[in-house]
Design a protein around this ligand. Structure first.
Ligand code: KG4
Ligand code: ZN
Length: 330
């Protein structure tokens, strides 16, 4: 089976081809237009998807060495995400599917992130705990099998990726913030500044990152007004450490509470090397899995891969299916 994947849930325009579980092409165009705003401008993102999608899909098909006529189905992100950007991808995909007379399937973006680890690698043993850390979500799931998930806990406010993005903005670094903070932190001392770490002293599986961001803002304002010299590298390293420590601590609690010994860390923040290394060091005796770096941040390969699995099982969406910006995983 040959499946085209289309992803437009936020500011990455992406198209990929998956065939029999193998990714044949995986193209992402990360929109630069938002950089000067320090965050995604939804209307601009939708227009950019509209402008880029056709040529990106054509290039993905050419790069995969297939032709439009050999595509058996289309998988497209249905939600969660920004309404306007989701609409561009879903309308494009429905139109193409109708023109080619092939099935189309709406994919849950969160589910695609969780199973991105399965691309090009051996299967992970069920059940596993998944720490899903992206720009919009910080959640811990127990995945009992394909199609059987239970949410153990999530963030009460900002997502971890959002904390990286907002922190980078305060520090005058670029967008998206995660890679910029990670780079700056490489030459800093992660123990230089004590930033707050929420919910470290209780058993609840929940997160909160908005206080951390405010604390960074106060710290920077105070050091400016008192003319105190601070090393931006130390600030970035300490801020990153506060996020990572909470993520790993709550992941460990979830593993202990459920007695599961396998975990997957997925989503854009899973690209962070310090998080990867620290998780390996701290979660002793746990089998830890990460998707390939190319499949952590938003991409269409994970959509095409999951879509192929579902189409293979005879599932598809009716041509009337709509977007769902608040789509949940059940
Ligand atoms: O999964 P993703 O691409 O989009 C959403 O579904 O939200 O995640 C994007 C988030 C952004 O907040 C970005 O700052 C963060 O992932 N991110 C990182 C890194 N690369 C991307 N955070 C920390 N370290 C990184 N290396
Ligand atoms: Zn995502």
């Amino acid at each position: 089976m040959i499946v085209l994947g289309v992803e437009t849930s936020c500011d990455d325009t992406a198209a990929a081809i998956c065939s029999n579980g193998q990714i044949l092409s995986n193209l992402v165009s990360s929109q630069k237009i938002h950089q000067s705003y320090g965050g995604v401008v939804p209307e601009l993102a939708s227009r950019e998807h509209d402008r880029l999608l056709n040529s990106l899909v054509c290039n993905a098909i050419v790069e995969a060495g297939v032709s439009l006529q050999t595509i058996d189905g289309i998988a497209v992100t249905q939600g969660p995400g920004l309404a306007g950007t989701l609409l561009t991808g879903v309308c494009f995909s429905k139109g193409l599917a109708q023109g080619l007379d092939i099935p189309v399937i709406g994919i849950n973006h969160l589910e695609a992130h969780i199973f991105a680890r399965f691309i090009d690698k051996s299967y992970v043993e069920f059940p596993f705990i998944c720490l899903l850390v992206s720009g919009g979500h910080t959640q811990i799931w127990i995945i009992k099998e394909f199609d059987n998930f239970k949410l153990l806990g999530e963030s009460r406010d900002d997502a971890a990726g959002e904390a990286f993005d907002k922190g980078a903005r305060i520090l005058g670094l670029g967008y998206p913030g995660g890679p910029h903070i990670e780079k700056m932190a490489e030459n800093g001392d992660p123990h230089a500044i004590k930033f707050p770490k929420s919910f470290m002293n209780n058993n609840s599986i929940e997160f909160s990152f908005s206080g951390l961001k405010t604390s960074l803002l106060y710290f920077m304002n105070n050091s400016k007004s008192s003319n105190e010299k601070v090393l931006i590298e130390d600030v970035a390293a300490s801020y990153q450490e506060a996020i990572i420590d909470v993520l790993i601590h709550k992941l460990k609690q979830s593993l202990d509470q459920t007695n599961v010994r396998t975990c997957v860390i997925a989503g854009g923040v899973a690209a962070n090397n310090r998080l990867r290394r620290k998780a390996q060091n701290i979660l002793d005796g746990i089998s830890i899995h990460f998707p390939d770096i190319n499949y952590c941040t938003d991409n269409a390969a994970m959509v095409a891969y999951l879509g192929e699995q579902k189409l293979d099982q005879g599932k598809s969406s009716s041509l009337q299916f709509g977007i769902n910006p608040n789509l949940q995983l059940k």
